[in-house]
Design a protein around this ligand. Sequence first.
Ligand SMILES: C[S@@+](CC[C@H](N)C(=O)[O-])C[C@H]1O[C@@H](n2cnc3c(N)ncnc32)[C@H](O)[C@@H]1O
Length: 270
Amino acid sequence: MTLPKNLSSIAEFYKTDKYEHGYTKVYEKYFESLRDKKLQILEIGIADGKSLLTWSDYFKNSTIIGIDIHKIDLEEKNLNRTNIKVHQGSQSDKNFIREIIGKYRHFDIIIDDGSHLRKDVIKSFNLLFPYLNNEGLYVVEDMQTSYNHFFGGNPFDLKYSNSHMNFFKHLTDRLNYQEIANPFYISNKYDAKITNVSFYHNLVFVRKGINDKLSREVLNHSYEDMKFNEKSSRTGNSFKYYLKYKIFYKIYTFFFMILNLLKRILLLRF
Ligand SMILES: C[S@@+](CC[C@H](N)C(=O)[O-])C[C@H]1O[C@@H](n2cnc3c(N)ncnc32)[C@H](O)[C@@H]1O
């Protein structure tokens, strides 16, 4: 009996640069257990169709949907397969993406290998992530573009620029949103919806899932309220702990917040 080929050897056979870049080794770790499942996989960016052919061979029972801004000649690229679907349009065109969502409804894996421009990467993520199934994966390739101003990245302000790398770095705070002890915390649309963000060389993986476990440290983003409830119910001395946590520490927290706000204004960090 011949064993099915692994992802890297299929990718090498079709000569997709996902093999050359070392991406297939990382993908294999995530995809091996999903290989025989019936999934809907969307890839942004088709070019010669080499990756679509790779996914089509690897995920035999899945539907592989490719989108590209340019017209793709299915005959010429040998993409006439029953499990490959191809559509022409831009990843940042809201109406086109809505059409794709209207047709396929939900996806299990989304791979962005399109323009790699900051605005497109972020816009596509915002448009498509709501339609990723729970436990689904959103992958962005070629994140090196985030360090290149020709792609809307920023090589001169790695920490605070609005690059696509920083967009994904900030998603890690969404993993821990319940723990943020800021009573004025403004909720984010990705709170409770992300269970993992992993970075590899030029690759980022975001796992969707329900992440609504309550914090053990704060109550509705307030450490003071949690402490007040805890101490007053344990000792029965509400007045003392009211003064301590609801008055003194609330004032302290408020000043700490104002200080940080001023710092951000002075340093123009918004
Ligand atoms: C790196 S290639 C894709 C390679 C392919 N995924 C593979 O691994 O074999 C990038 C593709 O993205 C397409 N592209 C560029 N801008 C796009 C956009 N705004 N929307 C959709 N596709 C885009 C290009 O036409 C090009 O075919």
